[in-house]
Design a binder for this molecule. Structure first.
Ligand code: GMT
Length: 367
C-alpha cells in the first residue's frame, strides 16, 4: 500500500506512535509518506520506502495565525496525487482530520482518497471538547472513512463526549520488544525512578518530585526527569523546596529512551489523565516497573499488583508507598519486573499490533 501519514512530529506520544507505525509499515513493504511540518523525531531517515514531505506555511503580514491546516491540506492532496497514495492516516484529530477531509474533497474529481483518523487522547479529552474546536472535530471524525482509538476507554469517551455513532476500532499502542528490552547489567546501582513526558499539566510532573522526597525518607533513590515542557520550572522549584534537588536530575529531551529506560528501576506515570500510557508500555518492555494512576486506558495496560501499580491521581503518598515496598524486596521487584516485560511481549508487540492496522487499512479500502 501507499500510505500518507500525518502527525505532530516533535511533541507527544501520538507523533511517536505514528512514526513508529510508519517505520514498521515500511519494513513490511509498504510505501510510507510522512506529511508533516518537521521531520518526525524518531524517524530513521535511512529506511527504504520512507519519504518525508515538509509542509511549508508561508507567512504574510495579514496572518496573525498562519493557516497551517490549509497548507497541510494542499500538501496532502499534492503528495497523494504525485505518489498515487491509497489512503491518508492522520494521528490526532485536530487539525489533521479536518485537513484530510478537505484533501479528500480536493482529490474527489480525480479519484477516491480515503482517510483514517486515529484518536490518541487529549484530542478528545481536552482540546476536542473546547467550544472552538468541538463541532469541527466531531464533523471530521464522523466523516472519516475509518476511525481508530488507542484504548477502549478512549473509544468510550469519544462516544460519550461527541455522541459519535459510527464504529471505532480499538488498536492499542505497541512497542518493539527487540529494541526495548531489559539490560540488567546496565541498571543503575542506585535505585532510580524515571519519568518521561512533555511536562504538560496533565502529566502532574510536580507529583514525581513529591514522590521522590517521600521515597527518600525510607531509602536512597534518585529521579531522572526526561523531557521538557511547561511544568519543568515548577518541578525544579519543588525539588529545591523539598530539599531533593541533588537527587532529581532533569535530563531534557532524550532521543534514545530505549537506552535510558533499562538503566532505571521504576517508571512514574502520575498523570491526571492518560488514554493509554505509551511511556509505561515502553518501560515495561525494558523491565522497569510502572507506578501509575488509575485513569483512562491505563488499566488496559497495567494490572495492579501484577505488572505494576495503580493509585489515584494526586495520591503521592500511596504511590511513594508502593515504590518503597517494591524497592525494599529484591525478589518482589524481580518478579514484577519480569511480569511487566511479559505483558509487553505477550500483548503489545509490533508483531501483534501492526497487522491490525494493515487489516484495518484493507477494510477501509474495500469498503
Ligand atoms: O501525553 C502525551 O505525551 C502526548 C499525547 C498526545 O496526544 O500526543 O499522548 C496521548 O497519546 C499517546 C499515544 O497514543 C498515549 O499513549 C497517551 O496516553 C496519550 N496521552 C494522554 O491521554 C494524556
Amino acid at each position: 500500500m501507499k500510505i500518507g501519514i500525518t502527525c505532530y512530529p516533535t511533541y507527544g506520544g501520538s507523533g511517536i506512535v505514528a512514526t513508529e507505525l510508519g517505520m514498521e509499515l515500511a519494513m513490511r513493504g509498504h510505501d510510507v509518506h510522512f506529511i508533516t511540518y518537521a521531520n518526525p523525531i524518531r524517524l530513521d531517515p535511512g529506511l527504504p520506502r520512507i519519504h518525508y514531505h515538509e509542509v511549508e506555511v508561508t507567512p504574510y503580514p495579514l496572518f496573525l495565525h498562519p493557516p497551517y491546516s490549509l497548507a497541510l491540506t494542499s500538501r496532502m492532496a499534492e503528495v497523494a496525487e504525485r505518489y498515487s497514495l491509497d489512503l491518508l492516516h492522520v494521528h490526532y484529530a485536530i487539525p489533521h482530520s479536518i485537513s484530510a477531509l478537505l484533501a479528500k474533497q480536493l482529490m474527489a474529481s480525480k479519484r477516491r482518497l480515503p482517510y483514517i483518523t486515529t484518536l490518541h487522547g487529549t484530542d478528545i479529552t481536552f482540546v476536542g471538547t473546547e467550544r472552538s474546536y468541538f463541532p469541527i472535530t466531531k464533523f471530521a471524525i464522523e466523516q472519516s472513512d475509518g476511525v481508530t482509538a488507542i484504548s477502549q476507554d478512549l473509544r468510550k469517551d469519544t462516544v460519550q463526549v461527541f455522541g459519535i455513532q459510527r464504529p471505532i476500532e480499538v488498536i492499542h499502542n505497541f512497542v518493539n520488544c527487540d529494541l526495548y528490552r531489559p539490560a540488567p547489567e546496565r541498571r543503575n546501582k542506585r535505585k532510580t525512578l524515571l519519568h518521561i513526558s512533555n511536562f504538560r499539566p496533565v502529566k502532574r510532573v510536580v507529583d514525581c518530585i513529591r514522590i521522590l522526597a517521600r521515597v527518600r525518607e525510607e531509602l536512597d533513590a534518585e529521579l531522572w526527569m526526561a523531557g521538557d515542557g511547561p511544568d519543568r520550572g515548577a518541578a525544579e522549584r519543588t525539588a529545591y523546596e523539598l530539599g531533593v534537588e541533588n537527587h532529581a536530575v532533569f535530563l531534557g529531551k532524550q532521543d534514545h529512551i530505549e537506552r535510558l529506560i533499562p538503566q532505571t528501576h521504576v517508571l512514574l506515570l502520575p498523570s491526571q489523565m492518560e488514554s493509554f500510557g505509551l511511556a509505561a508500555l515502553e518501560a515495561m518492555a525494558c523491565g522497569a516497573v510502572p507506578v501509575a494512576t488509575r485513569v483512562g486506558g491505563v488499566p488496559e495496560l497495567i494490572t495492579d499488583g501484577v505488572d505494576g501499580f495503580l493509585e489515584e491521581p494526586g495520591d503521592t503518598e500511596a504511590q511513594a508507598h508502593r515504590i518503597i515496598e517494591l524497592l525494599s524486596s529484591e525478589s518482589a521487584y524481580s518478579k514484577m519486573s519480569a511480569a511487566a516485560r511479559n505483558t509487553a511481549e505477550s500483548r503489545f508487540t509490533t508483531g501483534q499490533i501492526i497487522p491490525k492496522y494493515e487489516t484495518y487499512y484493507q477494510t477501509v479500502l474495500d469498503s
